[in-house]
Design a protein around this ligand. Structure first.
Ligand SMILES: Cc1cc2nc3c(=O)[nH]c(=O)nc-3n(C[C@H](O)[C@H](O)[C@H](O)COP(=O)(O)O)c2cc1C
Ligand code: SF4
Ligand code: SF4
Length: 427
């Protein structure tokens, strides 16, 4: 079996699966159940000193695009979009510290790292609550720089200033909180960023400079969906949302921040299955948070993910998380680099496999497909090598091949579309 341990800044986690801040770790009982599930770490429900983040409307959650298969109604589909209106714990940080105190011993006994999440409004509060949580036994802190969501024309609240997202959007304020805490706090501090509207590489660099042990990317986005039968927005209008479709955006930032900073990256928002963790780790993450997927599937799901990750690692011959870390990040290239690195392609049809369905023809935007004897035929000189047809062909009859050179490609394109070729290009 592979070694699933992973380094998260100065911490070592027994595996890369973390439950993200939310209801699964909001009480002593729940934290202990999270520990029993086998998670590498737990982020507690955020406790905040902001009163209006402790209350929320009902119903709280809405699953959209969650399509149950009528033939297998007990199966959980992978795809969904989740909206909610839950903010922070209904407990203030002081009573929440008691929850931490009562569960931290259990976490230590079972080698599950406990990360305390909190959010404050003033520097004095940040310092006091951080110290309170450390004294209660957390292994690390996660500063919630994400709740609530950005004030918009729909928000009349002046109180949104200096709460949560304010710090993601105001690097100097974030820097100040971190560097002040750094003077007194001895456990690693991670910062959870809000994904709405900032250059996260800049924010992360700033946090690194201020002494953060790493960042968590991300909380929910502010999103909106509409029930077209009633014309009403789901869950009362713009609000927190996450789901399968968010993964590529999270992953892009994970990759870029891991590239720019030399500290830990906890990925999340859009990771649903075990293989999402592999993708995130290959993109540069050290560990991966799951919140809504665990809420939907329940805690037994964690053991399944650990089993499936282990099986994958064994099948692929990877001995440790270290072996897959950054694998994809190191193979990312800019457009300029690609000009020299990658040869152009053209498509070819295997007439034995082609059934003449014309699926490929409909999606070739370079007019490169003709038909002969009801079989598709690629006009090599027109083919731009985009590869769409080969991915769409129901018979897998189309394969892509390298052209000899860039020049061959441009010559082919120029002879196919002479009006588009730059004047004198091949003279
Ligand atoms: C119901 C609910 C409550 C949440 N509460 C918190 C919270 O208290 N603190 C926090 O940092 N994030 C909170 N989150 C955000 C999650 O930790 C996570 O960042 C987000 O849902 C994206 O990850 P996911 O796609 O795995 O759900 C909450 C999410 C949900 C769905
Ligand atoms: S999509 Fe495939 S099977 Fe259909 S015509 Fe094109 S090459 Fe032939
Ligand atoms: S690779 Fe692109 S351009 Fe070439 S034939 Fe297929 S769809 Fe057309």
């Amino acid at each position: 079996m592979a070694d699933l341990r992973t380094k998260l800044g100065p911490l070592t986690l027994k595996n890369p699966f973390i439950v993200g801040g939310g209801p699964p770790a909001g009480t002593v009982e729940h934290i202990k159940k999270c520990v029993d599930s086998g998670l590498g770490a737990i982020v507690t429900k955020t406790a905040s000193t902001v009163w209006y983040l402790q209350r929320y409307p009902r119903p709280l959650y809405k699953l959209i695009d969650y399509k149950k298969d009528p033939k297998h109604p007990f199966d959980t589909p992978k795809d969904y979009f989740w909206m909610h209106r839950e903010h922070n714990s209904c407990y203030e940080p002081i009573p929440f510290a008691e929850i931490i105190r009562q569960s931290s011993g259990y976490c230590k006994e079972h080698d599950c790292k406990l990360i305390g999440s909190f959010s404050c409004k003033t520097m004095e509060e940040w310092k006091n609550i951080a110290q309170l949580y450390v004294d209660a036994g957390v292994d690390a802190l996660e500063l919630n720089f994400c709740c609530p969501f950005p004030p918009t024309g729909l928000s009349k609240s002046e109180e949104d200033n200096h709460v949560g997202i304010y710090y993601t959007m105001h690097p100097e304020a974030a820097y100040e909180v971190l560097s002040e805490l750094k003077k007194i706090i001895r456990v690693p501090m991670f910062v959870k960023m809000n994904p709405d509207g900032a250059n996260f590489v800049t924010v992360a660099k700033n946090l690194e400079k201020a002494g953060a042990a790493g960042v968590t990317m991300f909380a929910n986005n502010k999103t909106m969906r509409v029930d077209i039968k009633t014309g009403k927005p789901y869950i009362y209008g713009p609000g927190p949302g996450t789901g399968t479709g968010m993964k590529p955006i999270s992953m892009r930032w994970v990759c870029e921040v891991a590239d720019a900073c030399d500290f830990a990256v906890m990925a999340g928002r859009g990771a649903v299955t075990w293989d999402d963790a592999v993708e995130f780790i290959m993109s540069g993450a050290d560990a991966v948070q799951y919140c809504s997927p665990i809420m939907i599937r329940g805690l037994p799901y964690v053991k399944e993910m650990i089993r499936d990750l282990n099986n994958f690692m064994d099948e692929m011959g990877y001995e440790s998380i270290e072996a897959i870390k950054d694998m994809a990040r190191k193979q990312c290239y800019s457009n300029q680099q690609l000009v020299d690195l990658v040869k152009p392609l053209y498509a070819e049809v295997d007439p034995e496999k082609c059934i003449g369905c014309r699926r490929c023809e409909r999606s070739c935007w370079y007019d490169a497909i003709s038909f002969n004897d009801r079989k598709a035929l690629i006009i090599k000189n027109h083919c731009a090598g985009c590869s769409l047809c080969s991915q769409l062909c129901p018979q897998d009859a189309i394969t892509m091949h390298e052209r000899k050179s860039d020049k061959e490609h441009f010559q082919a394109m120029a002879s196919a579309h002479p009006d588009l070729a730059p004047k004198g290009f091949f003279d």
